[in-house]
Design a protein around this ligand. Structure first.
Ligand SMILES: Cc1cc2nc3c(=O)[nH]c(=O)nc-3n(C[C@H](O)[C@H](O)[C@H](O)COP(=O)(O)O)c2cc1C
Length: 348
């Protein structure tokens, strides 16, 4: 039993958002300190076979932290010390937002899921950008670009989000898939998406990726891929949370919001597979990655990188180490010398 498994019942007695703040406070305290270096030594798996390159960035591990965990870039370096190879901060919006009233995160403990309706609470793009700029961080940092509910001129609002963080990220992700701000998911519609991409490219945003919803149909996903190809974007992130409630879940399933974690794993892997069949652009696979086997499934389905959010809640601070170690074991078992060799292995 890991230390986290032992203390998890205590953590789970706290309200989920309170628990997150506690963890965030702890990580904020060690960020950039000698403790962080000790943590890094204990939790980082250094092995060249885990290294990979995508959209011009070098990753020491294919396992990163998904958007929403460090929304405000308050502990970006400490997350690297937990063994993650990259981090996506944000979503950031042009101005700071308080988000929805609490409670707004709910655990589905039996199914290892979470429902959240945070509503894009964040300090605002400029504040987050200032926090990141000028910091030397060892791993690539992406910034999740968002807008609030029903922005009047959506492309202009995305541009404002970008301008606040320009130069602060190694890559930028257009979040048109958040189910918790009204109207945002409609922006995956082809014409709207084209207008947003055009405006962001005009502003100089690159490398630029699009994050999709798991609730898109196969033809809607194909449309998004066409936009990616048409504008020669850097890649895709698949997926955000789902508004679907698969049958048989227990817990507070009636709560409004996006479902993440174990119940999302298969659907998000399926979306990765569908996208990988239509494009050679790098795909970041996210949704229900808890173990090395989960990460391996997504890589084999065509993801070049994977990300974790809910896995951190259920598996704790050693989750990246255990995924990285387990990936090496699986690669040895199957005779793969590099992550690149694993990517898309199931597609052939
Ligand atoms: C509390 C919470 C907040 C999130 N905030 C964002 C966000 O701001 N932007 C975004 O693109 N995704 C956000 N996500 C979605 C995650 O980045 C990820 O796509 C999703 O949770 C699926 O991964 P998981 O199953 O590993 O959690 C959030 C998820 C959670 C649970």
């Amino acid at each position: 039993m890991t230390f986290y498994e032992a203390v998890r019942p205590l953590v789970f007695r706290l309200d989920p958002e309170q628990a997150h703040h506690l963890v965030a406070r702890g990580l904020g305290l060690v960020d950039g300190t000698p403790i962080e270096r000790a943590m890094g030594a204990a939790l980082t798996v250094e092995d060249d076979r885990l290294g990979t390159e995508a959209f011009g960035c070098e990753f020491a591990s294919p396992v990163g932290v998904a958007a929403g965990f460090d929304k405000n870039a308050e502990f970006p370096s400490a997350l690297g010390a937990l063994g993650f190879g990259h981090l996506e901060v944000g979503g950031v919006t042009p101005d700071s937002r308080a988000g929805n009233p609490r409670p707004r995160i709910f655990r589905l403990v039996e199914d290892e899921g979470v429902i959240n309706r945070m509503g894009l609470n964040n300090d605002g793009a400029r504040v987050v950008g200032d926090r990141l700029r000028g910091r030397a961080i060892d791993h690539p940092v992406g910034v999740n670009l968002a807008v609030g509910d029903h922005a009047e001129d959506e492309p202009a609002a995305y541009r404002e989000s970008y301008e606040g963080v320009a130069g602060a990220g190694d890559f930028y992700v257009i979040n048109v898939s958040c189910p918790n701000a009204e109207g945002v998911r409609d922006l995956q519609d082809r014409e709207k998406l084209e207008a947003i991409v055009e405006t962001l490219q005009d502003a100089g945003a690159a490398p630029l990726l699009i994050k999709v919803s798991p609730d898109l149909s196969e033809s809607a996903l194909a449309d998004v891929v066409e936009v990616v190809e048409q504008f020669d974007l850097a890649g895709l992130v698949a997926t955000n949370t789902t508004t679907d409630r698969p049958e048989g879940l227990s817990g507070p399933t009636e709560e409004a919001g996006g479902l993440s974690g174990r119940p999302l794993a298969d659907r998000s892997t399926e979306v990765v597979r569908q996208l990988a069949r239509c494009t050679d652009k790098p795909i970041v696979g996210v949704g229900g990655v808890f173990t090395a086997a989960d990460a391996y499934d997504k890589l084999r389905a065509g993801a070049s990188l994977v990300q974790v959010y809910t896995g951190l809640i259920y598996r704790g601070p050693t989750v990246a180490r255990s995924i990285n170690t387990g990936l090496l074991t699986l690669m040895e078992r199957d005779g793969y010398e590099s992550i690149d060799a694993v990517v898309g292995a199931d597609l052939e």
